[in-house]
Ligand binder design. Structure first.
Ligand SMILES: [Zn+2]
Length: 482
């Protein structure tokens, strides 16, 4: 697939993930925000984990067909989490048999609702539920691709209590799913269950991984793991687990334990990048196994992601005053105060579309100070709720539609997710006669970035130039063209 490159210096370039690296002959790791492994035999192909959504699964399937001639006959889920199962339908439609371990079949049935509630709380758009399995790993035992054999093994409890390990016998590669994660601070599990991690289970699972003596391990997230990466991962788990157990044993309350652990993280953890997981989520996961938090999961016990406001809440008189106070807080590097101003706008004018749109803008901007896509949900969820409410009150509210479109299109530059709904918002926004030249420039700019996200660089340039005709000084369009 040829994709004309956006200017390399632009902060608004597309970085749609994907790409194969060969771990061993016939075993290819597809790196995206979540990994899939493509295993190619003489007669057939198996895909291990089916991607985070249908758009990502579609890119993977296209890449497979562009590179290999064998049909995709099998798709195996390493565990039930949505980021590993959402592409099942697409691979089933392409002729693959969907394979899950028995425990995954059970977890899918019993945990889907809580998983969806959690994802919604983090601001994710949800596809239809993943397609269920056709065969279980237990009834198959192994899969023959023609000269290449996949052994399906029951993994010890790790990130979840249902892992299936896929061992490629001839090339000695192990597909470990989320039992192993590399490249950023690990996710210790979505907080949609009470699984705990106060015990030795995950370490036993890593011993099981090492017992295979693999030449390479395909992790659920991050680059292929060698022995050093496995050691670092284990050391990270152990540090967090031991620190949390010690805080609990000392009788400290959860909030204090989190604050103390975050303040004493060693540099080798502090400097890890954060994509999904954070030390805070990891501490909460361990705590779940030590203390009764009253209900499943731990989101209800999680401290807010934003730091508290550094300055007292201002006493603004009207919507414009609160919006301005919030913008000043953002400029002054106080996203906690900006979020407090957003809350004030929503709470004082719950039926005013202007106030709700302004609140949403502040939350969306405050979310940029957070790195983890899970922690961003603290700002994204109230922002999206405020926008939905604003548009229920006034469906033609241009600023609300622009804000909602921006919250979808900017991430699409990194994810390649579809932007059709967001572009429909922009079309509708353009009809709002209250919008000024800068607003129209923003609409054209976002249309340009949506085209860029799907690889249409000519269309993107035309839209970005139109943005500059609306407002010649519109800096985001200048940057996007750079
Ligand atoms: Zn995962």
């Amino acid at each position: 697939m040829s994709r004309p490159a956006a200017p390399a210096a632009s902060p608004f370039r597309a970085q749609v993930p994907g790409g194969f690296s060969e771990l061993a002959p016939g075993v290819h790791l597809w790196r995206s925000i979540v990994n899939s492994t493509v295993i190619v035999g003489r007669d057939a192909i198996a895909v291990i984990d089916t991607q985070v959504n249908r758009a990502a699964a579609g890119r993977l399937l296209t890449a497979i067909r562009g590179r290999f001639r064998q049909p995709v006959r099998w798709a195996v889920n390493t565990h039930y989490h949505w980021d590993h199962t959402n592409g099942n339908q697409l691979f089933a439609d392409a002729g693959a048999v969907i394979v899950q371990g028995e425990r995954t079949v059970h977890a899918t049935a019993t945990r889907q609702d809580r998983q969806k509630a959690f994802l919604r709380s983090r601001g994710f758009d949800l596809d239809p539920d993943p397609r269920p399995h056709d065969r279980t790993a237990e009834e198959l035992g192994a899969i023959d691709l023609g000269g290449v054999t996949l052994e399906l093994h029951r993994g010890h409890d790790a990130e979840t209590a249902d892992p299936t390990l896929v061992w490629v016998r001839e090339s000695r590669v192990l597909c470990a799913g989320d039992t192993v994660m590399t490249g950023s601070f690990p996710i210790l599990g979505q907080p949609n269950q009470r699984e705990g991690f106060e015990n030795e289970d995950w370490f036993a699972a890593l011993a099981q991984v090492r017992d295979f003596a693999p030449v390479a391990v395909a992790p659920g997230h991050g680059p292929a793991a060698d022995a050093g990466a496995l050691d670092l991962f284990e050391r990270t788990l152990r540090w967090i687990r031991d620190a949390t157990v010690a805080e609990h044993a000392a009788g400290r309350p959860l909030a204090e334990a989190i604050a103390r652990i975050e303040a004493t993280l060693p540099d080798w953890i502090r400097t890890m990048s954060e994509v999904w997981g954070t030390p805070r989520y990891a501490v909460l996961r361990v705590w779940c196994g030590l203390a009764d938090l009253g209900e499943p999961g731990f989101m209800h016990a999680k401290p807010p992601a934003l730091p508290p406001a550094r300055a007292p809440l201002p006493a603004a008189a009207d919507i414009a005053g609160w919006r301005e106070a919030g913008e000043q807080a953002l400029e002054g590097g106080d996203p906690g105060l900006a979020a407090a101003c957003a809350g004030a706008l929503r709470d004082r004018w719950p039926d005013d579309a202007d106030a709700l749109a302004a609140a949403a803008e502040l939350w969306l901007q405050a979310s940029r100070s957070l790195r983890s896509v899970l922690e961003k949900g603290d700002c994204l969820r109230p922002a999206l709720d405020a926008l939905d409410r604003a548009l229920a009150i006034e469906p033609g509210h241009g600023r609300a539609r622009i804000a909602r479109a921006r919250s979808r299109i900017l991430p699409a530059l990194r994810s390649g997710d579809p932007t059709a709904g967001a572009e429909a918002d922009l079309d509708r926004a353009a009809d709002d006669h209250r919008l000024g030249a800068r607003d129209h420039a923003e609409i054209h700019w976002l249309r340009g970035l949506a085209r860029r996200a799907r690889g249409d660089e000519d269309g993107a340039s035309a839209c970005l130039r139109r943005a500059l005709r609306s407002d010649p000084g519109f800096a985001p369009a200048l940057l996007a063209l750079r």
